[in-house]
Design a protein around this ligand. Structure first.
Ligand code: GRF
Length: 203
């Protein structure tokens, strides 16, 4: 399965998939890594692994719609089966979704539908939940509202701050992403309404 990964930050989720893909039996191939800014560690990780990269900055386009279209073009040029946002801090628009709807995934550091948005870890901590986690979902036109593929719980420990909790969540996100991509590649998936099923028809 051909996958384009989009990053904005450190790219540790990307690295987990790059590492998994060094095993010839792992059925996922990262064919390109894209970013919305230059000089991110995520792009450096891709370079080190010999994976093609591209940068698509909003500021290089006349408006958000043009940027969205350009991002879709950049991704499509690599003929992916799936595009994965792994810490990509931009919302895509209608053109991107028209092209990659049902095959654009995002990993979120909270148990959706609780704590959507930019600060899922901080918001969960401030709310005082005892258990949070991560969610891998199919992106739709809403903010963190799409059909859920996989979730894992992470306990909030006494003394946790946003950073310590996020690091433990990211460790779980990495495993969830690697395993779920493997399952998608092996069994295929179906999105029907709010339901996404791996290997079987959703009902
Ligand atoms: C992850 O927690 C992801 O859910 C969030 O950003 C983080 C990405 O981490 N949106 P990294 O850049 O892969 O280390």
């Amino acid at each position: 399965m051909r996958v384009v990964v989009l990053v904005s930050g450190s790219g540790s989720l990307l690295q987990a998939v790059l590492d998994a893909a060094t095993d010839p039996n792992y059925p996922v191939r990262i064919v390109a890594v894209g970013a919305d800014r230059s000089g991110t560690t995520g792009l450096e990780r891709a370079d080190s692994a010999g994976i093609p990269t591209f940068t698509c900055r909003v500021s290089d386009h006349p408006n958000r719609e043009e940027w969205d279209r350009a991002l879709a073009e950049e991704c499509a040029a690599h003929q992916p089966d799936l595009v994965v946002s792994a810490g990509f801090m931009k919302l895509v628009g209608p053109d991107f979704l028209a092209r990659f709807g049902g095959r654009y995934l995002n990993s979120h550091p909270a148990l959706l539908p609780s704590f959507p948005g930019m600060h899922g870890v901080r918001d969960a901590l401030e709310y005082g939940v005892r258990v949070t986690g991560c969610t891998l979902f199919v992106v739709d036109e809403g903010v963190d509202t799409g059909p859920i593929l996989a979730q894992q719980a992470v306990e909030v420990l006494p003394g946790d701050d946003e950073e310590s909790l996020h690091e433990r969540i990211k460790a779980v996100e990495r495993r969830t992403l690697v395993r779920t991509l493997e399952r998608l590649a092996t069994h295929g998936w179906t999105v029907r309404g709010r339901k996404v099923s791996i290997g079987v028809t959703a009902n």
